[in-house]
Design a protein around this ligand. Sequence first.
Ligand code: G1P
Length: 301
Amino acid sequence: MEITKAVIPAAGLGTRFLPFTKAVPKEMLPVLNKPAIQYIVEEGINSGISNFFMITSKSKEALANYLDSSPCLDMFLQERGKDKLLDKLNRIIRQANFTYVRQSEPLGLGHAISMARHSIGKEYFGILLPDDLIFGKQPGLDQLIKIARQEKASVIAVQEVPREAVSSYGIIAIKKQITPNLYQVGQLVEKPSQKDAPSTLAIIGRYVLSHKIFESIDEISGSATDEIQLTDAISNMMNNSEKVLAYKIQGQRFDTGTPLGWLKANIHMALQDPDYAPAIKEMLNDLGSININAHVVKPKR
Ligand code: G1P
């Protein structure tokens, strides 16, 4: 079972990152020294993906421009002996195909994924949500692909989250624990309240799904009152006898769709990079040694 196609839904307005996202897509925010989208595409390529289908919207032209060759810039840099600067990016651009599909109305993640149906055909395919950056030894999507091939099943990534956070995620109910990190899913609930959450295992933005998901999206879209949720479509697919597994993904995950998550991802990456780590460690040490109480003015007796 070959899995070489992946969908990247990147049509969101990025309201949690306004005013920045008024003019620049959030996927172009730099994490250390390259835009978030580059980490996502690199993860895909390192997981064996060669065809990416990016679901975009009107204000996302920068994504297509970034992942396209630019002969004039290449020549300019070459003449100045600086061609190495774009080497890594150009390698990605040569290694994979990028197709862009516009989602003209924000009708939800399920709807965004359905826009790629004609390009996927009858195969299992990957989904990478670009807000979620996952850093670790093995690429996040690759972890799921290996299991999907072995088990001939759809696989979604999960991680434990604090109970206070369940209402920000899709949450799974476990039907059966297969290995310490692999579960058969019994039920999925999108953004439940704390009391309705069947567990604290939250869906993280990586999936390998059967093409049957497209029929399920059609089936649920009639009854969807607001957005068409991917989580609901996966539940429907499971009810139509597709086996769905959940894998506790290994690695550190950052939600770069929020300023705090993005900042943490930057600090994490800086601490991994020998060019930046010493200066950042020194800065953090200096901050740690500041006695904030020294700045508090004590009342006079
Ligand atoms: C989406 C999914 C949700 C998942 C989350 C992971 O929600 O609908 O099930 O847990 O991504 O980041 P969003 O964050 O787009 O609201």
